[in-house]
Design a protein. Structure first.
Length: 307
């Protein structure tokens, strides 16, 4: 799966927070930090069936983030801050991000429904950074965007699929609960994502899914201080096209319709605005030697277009 989106972050920068040491020496007027981030993720996932409905899945994503920054006066004119680019800079970041390892079981409910429960952990493959807020206090260059968390985060996922000949439905929820701080003083926020929607098969090879989704991201913490956090509502549409029993093409578009920033002790970093997310992918299932079930088998989760 390849996913792409654009994120806009804009916030007011003011003394003394912007650079306490330099602010003590000269008067720096309030101004804007304006960042635009083009974000792409390649997310290969391997699912291995163990028999009797048991499955193990592992993913090792790779991110590419192109960042452009503009500094402006409060009136909108270009501004050249005296602290240079210690906070943000035009740059491209890329590398592995934290992976995910889950194991669980999918059980049929009647002839047309499946319920799956999986549990596991994130895998701290992504690069982490030193505390950017502590470095700001020292007037030193720092990085706010991390590729990883530096921690194993317990994760649970629940999925349900109803697949009729033409109509069906899907629902899912994923939650994660960090339990410790990494060696650089960072602890990611807890979070939950959930969604549901109907499926429709207008043609035998094509399945469409419309969704209503919500997410809650608790504030992350640096040295015990909370930053960020938001609740988001999205609508989406997905499509799966079955080329063969082994090969399925996938496409998805999701739009953010509601977003609330959570109050924290420090709101200076602004909020991230992410409007449209697009994804395309392909799913390949190797042939098996299992004989066909004359009674019919329950639908596979992938066939219901669960994101």
């Amino acid at each position: 799966m390849v996913t792409g989106t654009s994120v806009h972050i804009r916030h007011v920068a003011a003394c003394p927070e912007v650079d306490p040491i330099l602010c003590a020496e000269e008067d720096i007027p309030d101004h804007w930090h304006d960042q635009q981030i083009a974000w792409f993720r390649l997310d290969p996932t391997l699912n291995v069936g163990l028999g009797a409905g048991w499955q193990v899945s592992a993913s090792v994503p790779f991110d590419l983030r192109a960042i452009a920054v503009r500094y402006e006066t409060m009136g909108g004119a270009a501004f050249d801050p005296p602290y240079a680019d210690i906070h943000h800079r035009d740059e491209t970041l890329g590398g592995l991000v934290d992976g995910l390892l889950l194991a669980g079981r999918y059980a049929p409910i009647g002839n047309h429904a499946t319920l799956g429960v999986r549990a596991g952990t994130t895998l701290p493959f992504g690069k982490t950074e030193e505390d950017p807020f502590a470095l700001t206090e020292q007037g030193l260059t720092h990085q706010h965007i991390q590729l990883g968390t530096g921690t194993f985060v317990p994760t649970v996922a629940v999925e349900g699929v109803l697949a009729g000949k033409r109509w069906g439905g899907a629902a899912w929820a994923t939650g994660r609960l960090p339990v410790y701080t990494n060696g650089k003083g960072y602890q990611p926020g807890a979070g939950v994502q959930a969604g549901l929607g109907p499926t429709w098969r207008p043609l035998p090879p094509l399945t469409l899914l419309t969704t209503l989704e919500g997410s809650y991201e608790a504030p992350e913490r640096w040295s015990g201080t909370p930053y960020g956090g938001r609740a988001t509502g999205l609508v989406g549409v997905s499509g799966l096209y079955t080329l063969s029993d082994a090969l399925v093409l996938q496409a998805q578009a999701r739009v953010t319709v509601l977003s609330w920033d959570l109050p924290t002790d420090d709101d200076d970093e602004g909020s991230a605005v992410q409007r449209v997310l697009g994804s395309v992918g392909v799913s390949w299932t190797p042939p098996t030697r299992r004989a066909p079930d004359p009674e019919g088998s329950p639908p596979r989760p992938a066939e219901a277009a669960v994101p």
